[in-house]
Each structure stands twice: as structure tokens, then as C-alpha cells.
Design a protein around this ligand. Structure first.
Ligand SMILES: NC(=O)c1ccc[n+]([C@@H]2O[C@H](COP(=O)([O-])OP(=O)(O)OC[C@H]3O[C@@H](n4cnc5c(N)ncnc54)[C@H](O)[C@@H]3O)[C@@H](O)[C@H]2O)c1
Length: 294
């Protein structure tokens, strides 16, 4: 989409990190923004900051894993702005990633897939028919480099591979049925956000009763890696460019250190080799954190 000024964007997970940076960037472009988030106090504060820049902002407290709440988000966005042209299905959480896959508690599967995958499914099912009906618009689904490489951390990697696949399918369907509507899949490496502290938003019914000391160490390590990550604003800039140019894959971390693991996975598949794990930048810090004494 070329002309975004005067149009409206919806951003889920808009109270923090990449989502907030997207909202800021869209507002600077002259767009109205709807920020949706499950964390009500942070959402109000984010709305206040955006409004202080002169932006037209609507905050809607939303649990993205709940289709009814996402439908209500779309209705509220439309009644405030008339129409929505950009939808960023961005809300996400990083759950418990320590230990072998077979020991991952059901609560972690439900929480991580509920937000990271069902959040995107609900966003697509709710907003895309409206974009198709109006004949133009753009959807941005936030996946991760973890959706393109081997490993990627239990349910988190599973959810992000699924978001990449869903987005690729959406791309083909839109080309066929609604070529005026574009889609991008955002696959960042480390970004300096609060995702290591995602537990703050875990619903009480999905809290895991036993505390896993290894998971806590990994989370601490993740926090250190993220602090050295890309600024969210830089990611938002890349997303804006992708919307303007109707580009599908958005890989803000496009240096060889991040691309090699993707390339190696593809080669493993094409040559029918065993999967290999190519370390991504920051793996050393994560390993060091995991090896720290209790
Ligand atoms: N930070 C990174 O290094 C990184 C890398 C790759 C992909 N991502 C992805 O970027 C997206 C944004 O995460 P971030 O890094 O900005 O983290 P963040 O924690 O700073 O922001 C995530 C936002 O999502 C909200 N949220 C969480 N659960 C929700 C729910 N159920 N319903 C609605 N909102 C909910 C949170 O309250 C928060 O405001 C996620 O999908 C994440 O997986 C992040």
C-alpha cells in the first residue's frame, strides 16, 4: 500500500516492544492507530504516549486467543475509524523453553499456541474478510527467525513455524481472491523488548505450579540477549517499508550470522540430511546462563 496517511492500523500487543514501535511509526506516518493488548495498565500508558504525539488513538483491551474479543476489537476499530487498512497480528509470548519437548507442561502448550498461533488465526479470520470486502489493505503477522530455523525453543518455535506457514498460505489465497490485499510475515532475530518477562501476562488458569529452575535461568539469559538486540523502532521501520513495497518476508536481521541457520535448514531438507543446529547470535550467552549454578 502506497498511501497510508489518513488510514487506520490495528496492532495487537501494541502496549509494548515491537507492537508499540509499530503503532508509533504508523502514527508518525499520519495514520490513526488502534492498539490492542491484554495488559490494561500498560495499554493505557501506551495510548497516553501516542496521543501526546498528536495521534488519533484507540485502546482496546483484548485477549487475542479469544475470537469473540478479537471480533469486538474489529467492530470498535471500525466504529471509531470507519475502516481499517493495516492489521498487525503481533501479540506474542515466550513460555517455558527449558527441558525436553515431551516434558513441556500442557499449560505451556496451551498458553503459547493460544497467543502466538490462535491470536494470528483469530486476527486473520476476523479482519481479512473485511479487508477483502473493501478491496485493499495489508496484514502483518509477527513470526520470528525461530519460525525459519531448526530448534527455536519448544512450543514457541512450533507456534512461529506455524505462523510462517499460515502467512504463506494466506499470501497465495489473497493473490487468487483479493490481489489488492497484501500480507507480510515478520521474522526478527533478537529485539530489545520485554518478551523475556512475558509471564506477566500468563492467565492464572495456565500457570504451571512447579517452578523449573532451568527455565528461570534460561529466561534470565534471554533477558541479557534481548538487551543487546535490535531497537524495536528499527523493526517498525522495516515493516513500514514492507507494507509500502508489498514485500512478504520481512527479516530485519539479514546478516549472514542469522541467515546461515535458515540456509542450513533448507540444505538439510533438500539433501535429506539429519537436522543440524546452527547456533544463532547470542546462543553463547544463553548457554552460559543455563550453566550458571542454582
Ligand atoms: N523480542 C524479540 O526478540 C522477538 C523476536 C522475534 C519475534 N518476536 C515476536 O514479536 C512479537 C511482539 O513481542 P515483543 O518482543 O515486542 O514482546 P513484548 O512482551 O514487549 O510485547 C508483547 C505484547 O503482547 C502483549 N500480549 C501478551 N499476551 C497477549 C494476549 N494474550 N493478548 C493480547 N496481547 C497480549 C503483551 O502484553 C505485550 O504488550 C511477539 O509475537 C514475539 O514472539 C519477538
Amino acid at each position: 500500500m502506497e498511501d497510508l496517511s489518513g488510514r487506520a492500523a490495528v496492532v495487537t500487543g501494541g502496549a509494548s516492544g515491537i507492537g508499540f514501535a509499530l503503532a508509533e511509526r504508523f502514527a508518525a506516518e499520519g495514520m490513526g492507530v488502534v492498539i490492542a493488548d491484554v495488559e490494561a495498565a500498560a495499554l493505557r500508558e501506551a495510548g497516553r504516549k501516542l496521543r501526546a504525539t498528536g495521534a488519533d488513538v484507540l485502546e482496546v483491551t483484548t485477549e487475542v486467543s479469544d475470537p469473540g474479543q478479537v471480533a469486538s476489537l474489529a467492530d470498535q476499530a471500525e466504529s471509531h475509524f470507519g475502516a481499517v487498512h493495516v492489521v498487525c497480528n503481533n501479540a506474542g509470548v515466550a513460555g517455558n523453553t527449558a527441558g525436553p519437548l515431551w516434558g513441556v507442561p500442557l499449560e505451556d502448550w496451551r498458553w503459547t499456541l493460544g497467543v502466538n498461533l490462535w491470536g494470528v488465526i483469530n486476527g486473520v479470520r476476523t479482519f481479512v474478510p473485511r479487508l477483502v470486502a473493501q478491496g485493499e489493505g495489508h496484514v502483518v503477522n509477527t513470526a520470528s527467525m525461530a519460525g525459519l530455523i531448526t530448534g527455536g525453543g519448544g512450543p514457541y518455535g512450533v507456534s512461529k513455524h506455524a505462523v510462517v506457514s499460515l502467512s504463506e498460505n494466506l499470501f497465495f489465497d489473497l493473490q487468487l481472491f483479493a490481489p489488492g490485499v497484501g500480507v507480510s510475515v515478520l521474522c526478527p532475530g533478537w529485539v530489545n523488548t520485554r518478551i523475556a518477562d512475558a509471564e506477566r501476562n500468563r492467565p492464572p488458569e495456565l500457570v504451571v505450579s512447579r517452578t523449573d529452575p532451568m527455565a528461570q535461568k534460561v529466561r534470565k539469559g534471554l533477558g541479557r540477549v534481548l538487551e543487546a538486540g535490535m531497537a524495536p523502532g528499527e523493526v517498525a521501520e522495516r515493516v513500514l517499508g514492507a507494507i509500502h513495497e508489498n514485500r512478504f518476508y520481512v527479516l530485519p536481521h539479514d546478516d549472514e550470522a542469522w541467515l546461515a541457520p535458515v540456509r542450513n535448514r533448507m540444505t538439510d531438507i533438500l539433501e535429506a540430511r539429519q537436522p543440524t543446529r546452527t547456533p544463532v547470535p547470542g546462543s553463547d550467552l544463553l548457554m552460559a546462563a543455563a550453566a550458571e549454578p542454582d
